[in-house]
Design a protein around this ligand. Structure first.
Ligand code: FAD
Length: 623
């Protein structure tokens, strides 16, 4: 049998973006090749062994709703699960799981190996094949040529990667891996806006040398949450606790004394780092008034003693790392197994992308993940799924798809990147979404799974489970609506135990659920409604929909109002210099960015509402 060399989609890089991209493309039926430097590092977590968190958990649930694998993998690899913001409203509640690094990689690799239409091959890509100014394939380090209708690049922090520890620096893609210099040089020759960013990671510690008795334990939640809409707690490996300790004044004094040898402060690092995930030396300088910072002491896995001290990412010289680590309560005798380091790498201005994540400069070439200026596994995976899907669709001659800002955090992520760009590593927060009430973790499947099914991303098993869930939610809702309680009835007397104000008039159970003090489980119990046929997620969904119905309606109405112009397509051929009344600056900005819709145009910094009105007038005249 001949060695396959021609594909619909070629994905370069087997990190979080690349694996979701390859799986999404293959799920839709595209003949897909995943080329990666090292098959052993498929799905590797370069930094902290954890998935989810505020904003990021939302992305993971959305990836899952669209048939992606991140949630399924973490359900099999998670060793501590928590719901963050559990006491707050459902919009900002977020799932987070500590991962066993090895189990996570195993889960991802197993899913890749079992995906029909997907070929895996270990090779470093050194060059792109360009035909008629369009991407047409790749060439590997050893000269193998692979033809592809579309190419998706997801090479993370590897392009021109330089690692820094104190005054020492060397080339690397991340600790233990080579950088991608040949590919970086090639991409710099092409028509992309290249910049440098930086990120860092803490030293790792041998857990046997730590004094856990001096720290505060932090167990996972009970009952154990799950990530995937198809997941169950029974899939989880054994659960363990994390711990918390803190830096102190002595730690900060050691760090301050080492600053002049820090590449961050000596000027050796030019790239901009993540503002929301700063190094400990950055925190000590920027928040000089604080004498302590929290550290989460997180196990790296069940079969290893290695521990990840979350909160002390650093590129200080190794001797300073050792001193400051040992000044921390519980770490007095710590043995460092791996030094902390910072890495600088090339990224491409994401304003050079279409919303499908295809580059504007070169047709059939898609970018996803860290190379678009983002940071985080979840952000990378979300982009990977969209880029892989659209590469497959383009290969088949189909129109691209991406979610809108009011449909998904993935939509917010893409729209922010392509319209606003980023000058520092971009990460997701719930505050970035203007329609937070609609974009909850709990309803990610209701928002996206039908679309995922239509796009060919959602398989039969997920679809059947989804249909069952929707039907159950409707049945329970109907049951609660039909259950009318008269103020003088026996049920009303029982319900008085959970109602702040007694019933004044006849009401159904759905109406009673709107009262903020009412817990649905107690309500069902007291009203003697048998809910054993429904899952906790179905019951919760009925509760959330009932309680927040007013707010949700208001947000929907607002979306309707703005969507009228939001979705208005702007032709690629539109000459902004001919739009009467637009300032030269706005003309230049629009011509450079070529927004796909009027909504995207409105979000480009400097494009005023007045400019949008002028554009509308121009479009009306033309039509
Ligand atoms: P990666 O996961 O980096 O995957 C890239 C893949 O491409 C790798 O498999 C690599 O082998 C492969 N590859 C590279 N070049 C080639 C080539 N030429 N040919 C074939 N294959 C190639 N995120 C956070 O959210 N918080 C943090 O604090 C944080 N700190 C970090 C610290 C460090 C030191 C590093 C390295 C990363 C950190 N990250 C952090 C970022 C996180 O690891 C990334 O956001 C995420 O892994 C990006 O996913 P990706 O798929 O884009 O790239």
């Amino acid at each position: 049998m001949e060695f396959p060399k021609v594909f619909d989609v070629i994905v370069v890089g087997g990190g979080h973006a690349g694996t979701e991209a390859a799986l999404a493309a293959a799920r839709t039926g595209a003949r897909t090749l995943l080329l990666t430097q090292n098959i052993e590092t498929l799905g590797q977590m370069s930094c902290n062994p954890a998935v989810g968190g505020i904003g990021k958990g939302h992305l993971v649930k959305e990836i899952d709703a669209l048939g992606g694998v991140m949630a399924r993998a973490i359900d099999r690899a998670g060793i501590q699960f928590r719901i963050l913001n559990a006491s707050k409203g459902p919009a900002v509640r977020a799932t987070r799981a500590q991962a066993d690094r090895t189990l996570y990689k195993q889960a991802i690799r197993q899913m890749l190996e079992n995906q029909p239409n997907l070929w895996l091959f270990q090779q470093t890509v050194a060059d792109l094949i360009v035909e008629r100014e369009q991407a047409a394939g790749v060439v590997t380090q050893m000269g193998l040529r692979f033809q592809g209708r579309c190419v998706v690049l997801t090479v993370g922090t590897f392009l021109g990667g330089v690692i820094h520890v104190g005054e020492a620096s060397y080339q690397g893609g991340r600790a233990g891996d080579s950088p991608s210099n040949a590919l970086a040089r090639r991409l710099r020759e092409l028509d992309f806006q290249v910049g440098r960013l930086k990120t860092g990671t803490p030293p790792r510690l041998d857990g046997r040398t730590l004094d856990y008795g001096a720290m505060t334990p932090q167990p996972g939640d009970e009952p154990t949450p799950v990530f995937s809409f198809l997941g169950t707690p029974e899939e989880h490996p054994p659960q363990v606790a994390c711990h918390i300790t803190r830096t102190n004044e002595r730690t900060h004094a050691i760090i301050r004394a080492g600053l002049e040898r820090s590449p961050l402060f000596s000027g050796a690092i030019e790239g901009v780092g993540p503002r929301y995930c700063p190094s400990i030396e950055d925190k000590v300088v920027r928040f000089a008034e604080r004498d302590s910072h929290q550290i989460f002491v997180e196990p790296e896995g069940l079969d290893t003693h290695e521990v990840y001290p979350n909160g002390v990412s650093t590129s200080l010289p190794f001797d300073v790392q050792l001193d400051f680590i040992r000044s921390i309560r519980g770490f007095e005798n710590a043995h460092i197994t791996r030094p902390g380091y910072a890495i600088e790498y090339d990224f491409f201005d994401p304003r050079g992308l279409k919303p499908s994540l295809e580059t504007r400069a070169m047709a059939n070439l898609f970018f996803a993940g860290q190379i678009n200026g983002t940071t985080g596994y979840e952000e990378a995976a979300a982009q990977g799924l969209i880029a892989g899907l659209n590469a497959a669709r383009k290969a088949k001659g189909l129109e691209p798809w991406w979610p809108r800002r009011d449909e998904a955090y993935i939509g917010v992520l893409i729209d922010d990147l392509i319209t606003r760009g980023t000058s520092e590593p971009y990460r997701m927060f719930t505050s970035r979404a203007e329609y937070r009430l609609l974009l909850r973790e709990d309803n990610a499947d209701l928002r996206l799974t039908p679309k995922g099914r239509e796009l060919g991303l959602v398989d039969e098993v997920r679809w059947r489970a989804f249909e069952r869930k929707v039907e159950n939610i409707e049945t329970l809702r109907g049951e609660l609506e039909r259950c009318r309680i008269r103020p003088d009835s026996e049920t009303a007397k029982r319900l008085a135990a959970v109602l702040k104000n007694p019933l004044q008039r006849e009401a159904n159970l759905l109406e009673l659920l709107r009262r903020p003090e009412v817990d649905i489980t107690r309500l069902l119990e007291l009203a003697e409604v048998d809910a054993t046929a429904y899952t906790p997620a179905e019951v919760e969904q009925v509760m959330i929909q009932a309680r927040y119905a007013g707010y949700i309606e208001r947000q929907r109405a607002e979306i309707e109002r703005t969507r009228r112009y939001e979705d208005l397509r702007l032709p690629e051929s539109l000459d902004y210099h001919n739009v009467v009344g637009l300032s030269r600056e706005v003309q230049e900005k629009l011509a450079a960015r070529k927004p796909a819709t009027l909504g995207q145009a409105a979000r480009i910094p400097g494009v005023t509402p007045a400019a949008i009105s002028l554009l509308l007038v121009h479009l009306r005249k033309k039509s």
